[in-house]
Design a binder for this molecule. Structure first.
Ligand code: ZN
Length: 405
């Protein structure tokens, strides 16, 4: 991307230089107009290309502190090979690869165990990461028998912490839903959204405003629970009520365009501002559309989504440097696309043909990477289960907080 931008900018500089020379030779008219047009074009190009690969750096993260705050970052469908593919194209490591501890994680759901499916979906996986319980595909915050199991947001609330969920798909899509709601079908979006609002998640940011617009029940639940509902970036940037609850839905549907504002980084930055408090918080941030692009075997789109997600990881780790009582876990809910990388691949080899599963999820183990407070022990084994992440977060929270309810 950087190369493309550099070529584009240098090409524009040549055009601009040529235009100026021509006009100065052919006319004495001021050239202000053509220069300002060129400047606008350059600015616009830089603007739209804001999400670029972030230069690799390793953050100074302190693992000796107790975790007042827990941040779980999930790249939906972000298998190990799409991280490698991104690094080949970038020509350097991603920011997330600089996290000090890492190991592999299983992703299979109860549906796989029972021979009902070949791989997990995002709902069962989110439930495992949130509750520590394996369940059937499509289930949200319930076990295989349909019983409600405690979500990580409910657990954190019990310990007096604030909670936040940031994603790029619907606010009530499978991954954030699994962190805070209970339902036997991930598709029951209005019911799931009401459940999340009734469970007092402090900050929810993402897409899916159609579920607010179309449901009086949702609108009433927003009002009853004292949420401020916003729909645009300006309202997000202006919202500064640290004691208030915020529901931001910035697209009717999915915020699929990686450059669409507010970006994942902007939403995450605001969530951190609002959630930071003396009793700590749990925040889940999802790069939702890595999976969406992989499902349509779109490598260019996938790489843009990886850029955007790693950009946010960079912001978060920078924040954690100055808030060392924070545990950061970066992982995926499952692999998508069956990404395979040719031997000795160069950037040119990273294209749509790397996807080998026809856009399906796979059962391949994913990576978990951790840093910050109490991060060292999560990755001691060669392979852990996705439910171990939920259990680890609970133990970490218990070590630093006292149950208040
Ligand atoms: Zn997923």
């Amino acid at each position: 991307m950087k190369k493309i931008l550099a070529i584009l900018l240098s090409a524009m500089a040549v055009v601009s230089f040529t235009a100026c020379s021509n006009s100065s030779q052919s006319s004495t008219q001021p050239t202000t107009n053509s220069i300002s047009t060129t400047e606008t074009a350059v600015k616009k190009e830089v603007e739209t290309d804001k999400i670029d690969w972030v230069d690799f750096k390793e953050y100074r993260l302190d693992s000796t502190k107790k975790p007042k705050n827990v941040i779980l970052m999930i790249g939906d469908g972000m298998g190990e090979n799409i991280i490698k593919a991104s690094e080949i194209v970038k020509g350097d490591k991603l920011i997330m690869s600089g996290l000090p501890y890492k190991t592999h994680v299983t992703t299979y759901s109860q549906s796989v165990t029972d021979g009902l499916a070949d791989f997990t979906d995002s709902a069962a996986s989110a439930t495992a990461l949130s509750t520590g319980v394996k369940t059937y595909n499509r289930y949200i915050g319930v076990d295989k028998d349909g019983n409600e199991v405690e979500t990580i947001c409910e657990f954190a609330k019990k310990y007096g912490m604030k909670t936040g969920l940031v994603d790029r798909h619907y606010v009530c899509h499978a991954t954030p839903a699994g962190m805070a709601a209970h339902n036997e079908s991930r598709d029951n979006y209005p019911a799931i959204l009401r459940n999340m609002l009734n469970n007092d998640v402090d900050v929810m940011l993402g897409g899916g405003s159609q579920y607010y617009d179309a449901s009086k029940k949702v609108q009433d639940t927003v009002e009853k629970n004292g949420y401020t509902y916003i729909k645009d970036e300006e309202s997000l940037l202006n919202f500064d009520d640290k004691n208030g609850k915020l529901l931001g839905m910035f697209a009717y549907d999915n915020m699929k365009d990686a450059y669409m504002k507010p970006t994942l980084t902007t939403m995450t930055a605001k969530a951190l501002d609002l959630l930071d408090n003396e009793d700590g918080f749990f925040l889940m941030v999802e790069g939702s559309n890595i999976d969406v692009c992989e499902s349509s075997t779109d490598m260019k789109g996938t790489l843009e989504q990886m850029q955007a997600f790693d950009h946010t990881v960079d912001y978060v780790l920078n924040w954690v440097e100055s808030h060392p009582d924070t545990l950061v876990i970066v992982t995926a809910d499952h692999e998508t696309g069956g990404v395979k990388i040719p031997e000795n691949a160069t950037a040119d080899d990273i294209n749509d043909s790397c996807f080998t599963s026809g856009g399906d999820h796979t059962n391949t183990n994913v990576l978990v990477m951790a840093g910050g407070a109490d991060s060292e022990n999560l990755c001691k084994k060669d392979v852990i289960d996705n439910t171990d992440i939920a259990k680890y977060m609970r133990t970490a929270i218990k070590s630093c907080h006292t149950e208040s309810k």
